[in-house]
Structures are given as C-alpha cells and as structure tokens.
Design a protein around this ligand. Structure first.
Ligand SMILES: Nc1ncnc2c1ncn2[C@@H]1O[C@H](COP(=O)(O)OP(=O)(O)O)[C@@H](O)[C@H]1O
Ligand SMILES: [Mg+2]
Length: 301
C-alpha cells in the first residue's frame, strides 16, 4: 500500500484540501474520462490571472480507480466535516484509542464511505474524534509510540491501494507517528510512500517549512528511518499578488529536492465545496483546481 503523509505544522496552507483532492482524484472511475492539467514545465494548472504562465493544456484521462483511505488525523476534524461526515463520538472507539491500545472493537468498523458515482465504493474515510487532542499525552505512555499509527492501521491496510494521512498543524508525538508511517519499508521502492509538504506561495511559509524539514531530518537520524519526500505542493497560488507570489514560487521550485509536484491556484470552488460539504471533484469536476489536483495525484501515485 502507498502511504502519503500530508503535513506542515502551519495551519491553513491546504493540507486538508490537498488530502481530499488527491484521494478523490485517485479513486475516480477507470470507466470514465476526466480532464487533467498538463503544463510545459510540470503537470499543474496555473491561474489564468498570470497569462505568461498559462501554458496549461488539458488531457482527458480515465480515472485511476484506486481504493483509497483518507485518514483524518487532525483533532479539528476538518476533513471529516467537509466530506459531509460527523466526528466520532467521544465515548466510543477512535483512531486515538486504537493507537493507545484502548479500543474495544475493530478499526474497520469506524471507516465510512465517501459517496459519489465516480468513486463507486473506492473512497473511504477514517473520521476524526476530538479525543485526538489528547493523543500526544496518551502516546507518551505507549511503548514504541512512533509505530502506534502503523500498528493501528495495519489490520485494514490490505483493503487499500493508497492511504493518505491528513496531519494536524503541529509538531509532536503524533507527527512523529505519522512520519514513521510514511517511511520506506523493507523492499519498498523509493518514493512509493513518503511525505507530501503543502506550502503557500508566500514568505512566512518558508519558515514553517524549515521547522518541518528539521524535524524530519531528526526523525530520520534518531530512528534510522528511510523517509522519502513525495514533493512539495504550492497551494493558494495567485499570480495577481505579484512579486511576493511569483518570487516565492520560484524559490520553492529552486529547492529541487524535494521538487514541486503540484501548483494549485487560489480558487473559489474549494471554499464552495467545503460550504456544501461535497467532495470538490464531485462538486466542480471541471474547475481548474480539480484539474490540478488530478495532475498532482498522477504525479505522486
Ligand atoms: N487552493 C485553494 N483555493 C481556495 N481556497 C482554498 C484552497 N486550498 C484550501 N483552501 C481553503 O483554505 C482554508 C484552509 O485550507 P485547509 O485545507 O483546511 O488547510 P490546512 O489543512 O492546512 O489547515 C479552507 O477554508 C480551504 O477550503
Ligand atoms: Mg487541515
């Protein structure tokens, strides 16, 4: 199973939007054609507000038809709510309880389907529960706690082709567990699983990125992990913001390793889809953001 860990301890950059969009794109039906962005430089859609950059062409491709599990690993539960589901009840089982070894039932009983014809029954969600706010405290008493997420998810892994973890905006034990889950396993090929970092095309995002990569470097050396980057997604890109946006996009591109694997414009459809609690690719399947998310999904999967 491919494991994508979507992270950045800065809030509001679009981790949840990217998790949801990539998952939807990968689960779309192989029996239908969908528009996917292609650009001269890398497969992304830029906003048409930047004529010079608007080199995007569109290709019609069949959906990948993969079985996808979205894991809402953020106690705020934005992913759960925007896909039209409820948070799990505090007094029942939850991912946190499974990770802490306190669960009574099976993890698979907590999983729900994200319904739409284009996904058939391939797109599933493990909803969040507010008890995840206590996860770091609970994990401090657990043995081999960095492996807690892996232990919890292992009984259902074989039901999926791809598992995408939407991380909370924090650096702590829960982030360690998520990063550990994304490590390269024995005999797994390079870049099959790993970390997807979502950033914004603005300068304050770069500081947060530095903090995150430091933590990831520490994890790699402390735990002797092979932890790959799937890449950087530059979200909320709006060329009309001028030099701040374009120059900061250039500096993200200049990093090269990890490379920029997606560029998503700042568009109203994302917010509208959240408002009506529908998956973006079902709500606005033809909008530039859906095209860019399909391209991103194909770039990393
Ligand atoms: N590309 C985008 N264009 C417009 N709005 C976006 C975009 N990406 C995210 N948003 C909106 O920005 C807010 C924060 O995004 P979210 O994915 O929740 O960030 P995070 O998970 O990093 O905190 C949400 O209201 C979301 O709908
Ligand atoms: Mg989020």
């Amino acid at each position: 199973v491919k494991r994508f860990v979507v992270c950045n301890q800065k809030g509001g950059v679009g981790k949840t939007a990217v998790t949801a969009g990539v998952g939807q794109a990968l689960a779309e039906s192989p029996e239908q054609l969908y528009p996917v962005a292609i650009s001269k430089h890398f497969a992304v859609a830029r906003t048409s507000a930047d004529p010079a950059a608007d080199v995007t062409a569109v290709e019609q491709l069949p959906g990948p038809g993969l079985r996808v599990l979205l894991v809402d690993f953020d106690p705020q539960g934005h992913l759960t709510k925007q896909l039209g589901h409820e948070l799990l009840h505090l007094d029942g089982d939850s991912l946190t309880k499974h990770m802490a070894g306190e669960a009574k039932g099976k993890l698979e009983d907590l999983v729900v389907a994200v319904e739409d014809d284009r996904f058939d029954d391939r797109l599933h969600l493990l909803p969040s529960c507010t008890d995840a706010f206590l996860l770091d405290v609970k994990l401090s008493g657990v043995r081999a706690r960095e492996a807690a997420l892996e232990r919890a998810l292992s009984p259902i892994e074989s039901d999926y082709d791809v598992i995408i973890v939407d991380c909370p905006p924090s650096l702590g034990l829960s982030m360690d567990a998520a990063a550990y889950y994304g490590r390269r396993r024995d005999a797994e090929s390079l870049g099959n699983s790993g970390i997807l970092v979502v950033v914004q095309a603005e300068d304050s995002s770069a500081d947060a990125y530095g903090l995150l990569t430091n933590q990831i470097d520490d994890l790699r050396s402390d735990m002797h992990l092979e932890l790959d980057y799937l890449g950087i997604v530059v979200n909320h890109y709006d060329a009309r913001r001028g030099y701040i946006a374009t120059s900061s996009l250039d500096s993200w591109m200049a990093i090269r390793d990890p490379r920029v694997v997606g560029l998503v414009g700042d568009l109203k459809e994302q917010k509208e889809a959240v408002r009506v609690k529908q998956p973006l690719l079902a709500y606005a399947p033809q909008c530039p953001q859906s095209l860019a998310l399909r391209a991103l999904a194909r770039e990393i999967a």
